[in-house]
Design a protein around this ligand. Structure first.
Ligand SMILES: O=P(O)(O)OC[C@H]1O[C@H](O)[C@H](O)[C@@H](O)[C@@H]1O
Length: 468
């Protein structure tokens, strides 16, 4: 059974992530592409267990269907693959990755025109094509034969991708600062790109967690205050100016400032939006998902701009950015992009822009954040994830969506939205959301208030009410 979630199709290796399912997915996608006269495809893979082999299995099916595959035959950041779709003017591309999921997962992210995440309509159509076929319908051509017949062409977008980012950031400003940066690719794929960009900008770069470990050192390859503990320690102990962590496929990032503080993706978004408008003189709206800080709304308002709210999933961010010509779009989970770059999230680019920001403003992140909070107020977010089994999910679905019940909160409720999960807006400007993750078997409960105690309080009220 192939079911796409918030960011691609992800499944446990050996359970649903199997050669047969990959072949079915590829054949379903090929059938859709053939109907649309799309006969070229770019394909890359991350560092997970079975990723390279899976990419070859998919390439074999595409080639068997007469679709020419540009095959990136080295580990690649997801944004680099999205960039290739855009640069080559292709209609489709894919990455073999399960992004930030645990090590026993792998998956496929499908990209469409302009290098963006496939929309829900497109992934629904792929699922529908897959449902019509069985393994007997799969056409394949052996990988080596496909290479000989030039149905599979080895492709290396590395230089173009790096050069594009280098041209987008103010390299000269960074060169003057000679920053010392510690990189934590979390055993994933950002090392070569980020290291090359930062070293071209004359930064001194050191690395941790860069060897190939398909178990990700026993941790989730998702940058957070908990998972970036070593980065935090080393930045302080060895006196780095900045620590940069990226997730398994390098589309998301987490930052440690010079004092060892974890800079939440919410703050990264706020910092960059503020920087681009105040220091670079750019202008435009901002797009965030509904579980991302409302500080962005305040900053937008302060600059006479709009902030748009969309459901979780970068595909929604990209569409809204396009529709509103937004300057920046992003999510509290750590992904963002800006106008003019690819339409998907890019941790490599976001990190480079952040380094530019520190260099141009000549201010440390903590100082810039202070500036923002003084002007726009305090926003603090509490984040929790709760596991459940199938029965438990039914029970929670009934309370939240069928009976539409919410707890008796300590703060007065303004309104409730069901755009994605259940989001309660409080009269004091705070909010809480409870939604089922589309990438992991978790109920995510996030709340934002003007202080963390209040945010935690409403999360506890939701937790107690749901009995989780
Ligand atoms: O909360 P979830 O549904 O698990 O999604 C969390 C994140 O997962 C992936 O990385 C998606 O690409 C993001 O768009 C999303 O924000």
């Amino acid at each position: 059974m192939i079911k796409f979630g918030t960011g691609g199709w992800r499944a446990i290796i050996g359970e649903d992530f199997t050669k047969s399912n990959l072949q079915l997915l590829a054949q379903g996608l090929a059938n859709k592409m053939i109907k649309e006269d799309a006969n070229e495809f770019v394909l890359g893979y991350d560092r997970r267990f079975l990723s390279e082999k899976s990419a070859k299995w998919i390439a074999e099916v595409m080639a068997g269907n007469g679709i020419k595959v540009y095959f990136i035959n080295r580990i690649a950041p997801t944004p680099m693959i999205m960039f290739s779709v855009k640069e080559m003017n292709l209609l489709y591309g894919a990455a073999i990755t399960a992004s930030h999921n645990p090590a026993d997962y792998n998956g496929v992210k499908v990209f469409t025109e302009g290098g963006r995440d496939a929309s829900a309509e497109i992934t629904d159509e792929i699922e529908a094509e897959v449902n019509k076929i069985s393994l007997e319908d799969v056409k394949e051509m052996n990988f080596d034969k496909a290479i000989k017949e030039e149905k599979v062409v080895i492709y290396n977008p590395f230089n173009d991708y790096i050069d594009t980012i280098i041209n987008l950031v103010d390299l000269e400003a960074i060169k003057n600062k000679q920053l010392r940066i510690l990189l934590d690719p979390m055993y994933g794929v950002s090392k070569t790109s980020l290291q090359t960009i930062l070293m071209t900008a004359r930064c001194e770069v050191e690395l941790i967690h860069d060897r190939h470990d398909t178990l990700f050192g026993g941790r989730l390859p998702s940058p957070s205050a908990e998972t970036l503990g070593r980065l935090k320690n080393d930045v302080v102990e060895k006196g780095f100016d900045l620590g940069i962590g990226t997730d398994g496929d390098a589309d998301r990032l987490g930052i440690i400032d010079e004092t060892g503080n974890f800079i939440h993706p919410n703050e990264i978004m706020a910092l960059l939006y503020y920087y681009l408008m105040k220091y670079k003189g750019w202008s435009g709206p901002v797009v965030r998902n509904l579980a991302t800080t409302h500080l962005l709304d305040k900053i937008a308002e302060g600059f006479g701009q709009e902030c748009y709210e969309v459901p979780v999933g970068f595909k929604h961010i990209s569409s809204k950015m396009e529709e509103t010509d937004a300057l920046i779009g992003g999510e509290s989970s750590g992904g963002l992009t800006i106008r003019g770059h690819i339409k998907g999230k890019d941790g490599v680019f976001a990190a480079s822009l952040l380094v530019e920001m520190i260099s141009v403003t000549n201010k440390h992140l903590s100082k810039l954040l202070e500036e923002i909070h003084e002007q726009f107020g305090m926003f603090e977010m509490a984040e929790h994830g709760f596991g459940f089994d199938a029965n438990e999910k039914e029970r929670l679905l009934k309370i939240l969506y069928t009976d539409k019940k919410i707890p008796e909160f300590s703060f007065e409720v303004d309104r409730v939205s069901y755009m994605d999960g259940v989001k309660v807006f409080f009269k004091n400007g705070g909010w809480i959301i409870a939604r089922f993750s589309g990438t992991e078997p978790l109920l995510r409960v996030f709340a934002e208030m003007d202080c963390i105690e209040k945010a935690e309080k409403v999360c506890t009220e939701m937790k107690d009410f749901l009995n989780i």
